[in-house]
Design a protein around this ligand. Structure first.
Ligand code: ADP
Ligand code: ZN
Length: 602
């Protein structure tokens, strides 16, 4: 049985999906589900979760019923499957009654391979009754972490899904999520009654994403330079904390010639939907957004995710940055971070309505993220370690590429802490730096801080370095931020041994970063010859026309990676074209001639 199941699965993968091999755990998962087992799949964004239920759904008799919380996404998934020759349909609230009835009839008649259903719809008596009258190959529960009441994607409708098991005990279920933490995992198992399910955990590494965290000095211009130097004309996401900052940043980027659009929960629904649709289907749109923009963005060719503000936790950072590079091509996660971020996030926690327990957990999560920001070691090692995965220095993050220098900051730290103490723990970093550098400005004179012993003891250290010293002291817990006192810096418990000279403090040195060395982009457009680059350009123009004519996103026609491969290999016949990843039987039939014509043209 396993033998045939795996051979059939591989044949389907090649013919229908146009992929040569299963990736990672996919094969084991597919085989397990084909033979009727339940599965819980934990796989990072971009890991290839969809195939894990699509392949078994196509190989088992009946319809695969996919529960997904995101209506907009269902439509794109169905469009992509239809391109592959798979009979796919949706049932959700956007359908008119006639279309819904046609789909329902097709389901009962066994004419649908994959049916995407919104959770609130699936659990209606009408829908359950339909399913009872149909043959169901499996239930796939996508974004399964939506059952978690503690997560930010909680969907109450998801709690109802346990009734699938009660009502249809013989239909295998596969739940999928990219949320890695053990607590969410056990919530999924409990709430979906998946205790018999086999759990498949993939590595959460996203090797094609390069992590970079820079000192925030002039964030907008830093961002602009990053976009211009590394990702001109590419699709990307810029995250900001507030709606106002989203609007301002988007407008500013547009004024600088970047094709940027804002997205946040304060906008009216129509413009929000329009901006999301443009991002999803056009080439090279940069969306500036609050975290309201996120779950379900499955655009495979997002080349960068930039943070202008610090996220709340490593989970958040990982999830947001994970939206880059789902196609496996090189992508960037870039963040600008400074003392103000530490102050702001600590304030958000302190002023939140949450219980003490909530605040304690939030603080611990923030501290872990700050540790990632300040580490002189490999970012990826730190990130994966947080998810319980051991790894070695990656070679594809800023600290690996250009190891930060550290310096013995014991003396500077003591001076900074003394300045905080001597001025009465009532001032922020700007004033403290003035005192340390010995500036007799109006404020310093008013408080008579020019008469303190600490006045001018830090004149030999520049402002930038002092800022980074205060930031690291705050990030590492030596200094607390008092929000009741307008962000005054106070001594943390950890500061005592430093003040007493019992502890050495090592800090990252701020340097004006030289641009990172050109990345080895082996499998991308950069490595193309001029002729191949010309072919790629023509392929993209053709794809734009096709996408418009069919009213689907460009990547639904063919992925960037597939176009690049065609441009590189310039296949001369259908056989050679068929060997290119992403070209399955149906796409060959449909687009083969057009593609060959482009590659053959001079
Ligand atoms: P996820 O839902 O886990 O984020 P997807 O299912 O959207 O990921 O897949 C991410 C990308 O990887 C898609 O572009 C998909 O075509 C591609 N992919 C998935 N599995 C394979 C495979 N075995 N070989 C090649 N590409 C794959
Ligand atoms: Zn690294």
């Amino acid at each position: 049985m396993t033998m045939t199941a795996s051979t059939r699965a591989l044949a389907l993968l090649r013919e229908t999906f146009g992929h040569a091999q299963f990736r990672g755990e996919q094969q084991a998962i597919v085989e397990h589900v084909i033979t009727g087992g339940d599965a819980l799949v934990l796989m990072p964004t971009g890991g290839g979760k969809s195939l894990c239920y699509q392949v078994p759904a196509l190989l088992r008799p009946g319809t695969g019923v996919v529960v997904s919380p995101l209506i907009a996404l269902m439509q794109d998934q169905v469009a992509a499957l239809t391109q592959l020759g798979v009979r796919a349909a949706v049932l959700n609230s956007t359908l008119d009654a006639d279309t819904a009835r046609t789909t329902e009839r097709a389901l009962v008649a066994g004419e649908i391979d994959l049916l995407y259903v919104a959770p609130e719809r699936l659990t209606t008596p009408r829908c359950l009754d339909l399913i009872a009258r149909s043959q169901v190959a499996l239930f796939a529960i996508d974004e399964a972490h939506c059952v978690s009441q503690w997560g930010h994607d909680f969907r109450p409708e998801y709690l109802q899904l346990s009734l699938l098991h009660a009502r249809f005990p013989d239909v295998p279920r596969i739940a999928l999520t990219a949320t890695a933490d053990p607590q969410t995992r056990s919530e999924i198992v409990a709430r979906l009654a998946l205790d018999r399910a086999r759990v498949f955990v993939s590595s959460f590494d996203r090797p094609n994403i390069r992590y970079t965290i820079v000192d925030k000095t002039d964030p907008r211009n830093q961002l602009l330079r990053f976009i211009r130097d590394e990702h001109a004309g590419a699709a990307g996401i810029v995250y900001c904390l507030s709606r106002r900052k989203v609007d301002e940043t988007a407008a500013w980027l547009v004024a600088q010639g970047v094709n940027a659009l804002p997205y946040h929960a304060g906008m009216d629904n129509a413009s929000r939907a329009r901006h999301q649709a443009r991002f999803q289907s056009e080439d090279g749109v940069v969306i500036v957004a609050t975290i309201a923009f996120g779950m379900g963005i499955d655009k495979p060719d997002v080349r960068f995710v930039a943070h202008l503000d610090l996220p709340k936790s490593i989970e958040g950072y990982y999830q947001e940055t994970g939206r880059a590079g789902r196609d496996g091509l090189p992508a960037d996660a870039w963040m600008a971070y400074g003392l103000a971020d530490v102050v702001q996030q600590r304030r958000l926690i302190e002023q939140s309505e949450g219980s003490d327990e909530f605040k304690r957990i939030s603080t611990a999560k923030l501290d872990a993220l700050l540790g990632l920001c300040e580490t002189p070691g490999c970012r990826r090692v730190r990130l994966l370690d947080y998810f319980g995965e051991a790894s070695a220095a990656c070679g594809n993050c800023d600290t690996c590429i250009d190891a930060p220098q550290t310096w013995d900051a014991t003396d500077a730290a003591r001076k900074a802490l003394s300045a905080i103490y001597r001025t009465g723990q009532r001032f922020g970093a700007v004033h403290l730096i003035d005192v340390l550098r010995g500036r007799s400005n109006e404020r310093v004179l008013r408080w008579e801080h020019d008469r303190l012993g600490v006045f001018g003891i830090g004149a030999d250290v520049d402002d930038n370095t002092w800022r980074s010293v205060f930031r690291q002291l705050a990030a590492l817990g030596y200094v607390r931020v008092d929000h009741a006192a307008h962000g005054a810096l106070k001594l943390g418990v950890a500061s005592r041994p430093v003040l007493k000279g019992e502890e050495r403090v090592e800090m990252r040195r701020v340097v004006a970063r030289t641009p990172a060395p050109a990345r080895p982009r082996t499998s991308t457009a950069e490595a193309l010859t001029p002729v191949a680059a010309g072919v790629l350009q023509r392929l993209k123009a053709w794809r734009t026309g096709e996408a418009r004519a069919q009213a689907v996103p460009a990547y639904v026609i063919l992925h960037d990676s597939t176009l690049s491969e065609i441009a590189r290999r310039q296949p001369s016949d259908a056989g050679a074209l068929a060997r290119i990843p992403g070209i399955g039987a149906r796409k060959l039939e449909r687009y083969g001639d057009a593609l060959l014509q482009i590659t053959r043209a001079p």
